[in-house]
Design a protein around this ligand. Structure first.
Ligand SMILES: [Mn+2]
Length: 262
């Protein structure tokens, strides 16, 4: 298994700091975990891609090429970085595989108006409008703050949404069951995990903390359930800054993903 550090914060529109430093800190923090909760030890090697001084377009090209290379021999597991990195990562994934699905855990919809290049505000909209995935094979989980135009886009494009309110009302197990059912029409699934889907009480170190989110344990339930699905072949974790509590949780989440993927 290859773990890719994507040290990029150029898609954050300069509003946030520390995102490109999180991957190193998260990998270093693995030393605090021994076995996964399933009793397995994750086996992986670490590679990295750094952002280009020539700007985000060049950086995304580097990320795309690296992801492409990795997908030829391994599953793709990536640590960001701001959420814009999901665009080149998912693009490489969807060019390689058929019948792709995208599970997107995020407090936000990331479907704002196109800014020209994918940023953390519009990355999901870009992925859909470029035809990299059929919108009905996109599942957004944990949404709790959205704009009028995002609401319109989601309704028009028919993305499946399990809002934070839905998750709270239905329960995590029932939501996971519904997600699994929806994924039955996909053969290859990419899961993108924005740390802001977790409540800021557990993960304060992110650019746009949104109250009333998942507990850290609920977030882990989703990740463990996704990891054991064979069709889930790529995972990314994004939007953490250098806050130690948040780094330690991100490290746990990735460690669990990797050990459940063994
Ligand atoms: Mn996001």
């Amino acid at each position: 298994m290859i773990l890719l550090k994507v040290k990029c914060d150029q898609g954050n529109l300069k509003k946030k700091e520390g995102l490109k430093d999180a991957p190193d800190l998260i990998v270093k923090d693995f030393k605090n975990y021994f076995l996964g909760e399933n009793g397995k030890t994750p086996v992986f090697s670490v590679e990295e891609v750094k952002q280009s001084s020539q700007g985000i377009a060049k950086t995304h090209e580097l990320i795309f090429n690296k992801a492409n290379q990795i997908l030829k021999k391994s599953f793709l597991t990536s640590i960001g970085g701001d959420h814009s990195i999901t665009h080149p990562l998912f693009k490489a994934f969807s060019k390689r595989f058929n019948k792709v699905g995208l599970v997107y855990l995020d407090a936000h919809a990331d479907c704002e108006n196109d800014t020209g290049l994918p940023t953390y505000e519009d990355v999901l909209r870009r992925i859909i409008s470029e035809g990299l995935v059929k919108p009905w094979n996109v599942i957004l989980i944990g949404l709790r703050n959205w704009t009028e135009q995002e609401k319109r886009f989601i309704e028009q494009s028919k993305i499946k949404v399990f809002s934070m309110k839905d998750v709270a009302n239905e329960g995590v197990d029932e939501t996971i069951e519904a997600v699994r059912y929806l994924l039955s029409r996909c053969e290859n699934v990419y899961a993108s995990f924005d740390i802001d889907v977790v409540d800021p009480a557990f993960a304060p170190g992110t650019g746009w903390p949104e109250p009333c989110g998942l507990t850290s344990r609920e977030a882990l339930q989703f990740v463990q359930a996704l990891a054991v699905l064979k069709k889930v072949k790529a995972f990314d974790l994004v939007e953490a800054n250098t806050d130690p509590t948040t780094i330690h949780l991100c490290s746990k989440i990735l460690f669990e993903y990797l050990s459940h993927k063994q």
